[in-house]
Ligand binder design. Structure first.
Ligand code: FES
Ligand code: FES
Length: 165
């Protein structure tokens, strides 16, 4: 199949590359750009290991073809740390043991990051809804809820205590 040229922004950097039009965003990220933090758990839209933000919305990147992402902005797990500092929810996943093998963790973190971008004080149900498409076979979900709620509290405090609790 003939290759086509793609251009999109990934983690704030404009990337140009050639790939077959049938190649998924997941494999463009992993193979063309070397961003292997985004995982392939099922290749069929079921597990959430491959979640990235596409124009600010969480998507299963195994279900997005390159042409659908062309011209878009993509955020992967490699892009959520800032100035050498882990995002609070990344750090708190570690501190609260919200992972074991870590295979689901990049996708889980992107879903949690997206939630925190839109909701600075998520309830347990908000968090469980946000990660409903992220399957973890190791840890369970309670530590994830704890990590997200602690991250939200930290972020509210850093923003001057805004919030509704
Ligand atoms: S690898 Fe994409 S949802 Fe499982
Ligand atoms: S930590 Fe192993 S699958 Fe979630």
């Amino acid at each position: 199949m003939a290759e086509m040229v793609f251009e999109f922004e990934v983690n704030g950097k404009i990337e140009q590359l050639t790939a077959e039009p049938g190649k998924t965003l997941l494999y463009i990220l992993r193979q063309n750009l070397g961003l292997t933090g985004t995982k392939d758990g099922c290749s069929s839209g079921d597990c959430g290991a491959c979640v990235v933000l596409l124009d600010g919305k969480p998507v299963n990147s195994c279900m997005v073809l390159g042409p659908q992402a062309d011209g878009s902005s993509v955020l992967t797990i490699e892009g959520i740390a800032k100035d050498g500092q882990l995002h609070p929810v990344q750090r708190l996943f570690g501190e609260t043991w919200a992972f074991q093998c870590g295979f689901c963790t990049p996708g889980m973190l992107i879903s949690c990051y997206a939630l925190l971008e839109s909701n600075d004080n998520p309830t347990r149900d908000d968090i469980l809804t946000a990660i409903a498409g992220n399957f973890c076979r190791c840890t369970g979900y309670q530590a994830v809820v704890t990590a997200v709620q602690q991250a939200a509290a930290e972020m509210r405090a850093a923003n001057g205590g805004a919030g509704n609790d």
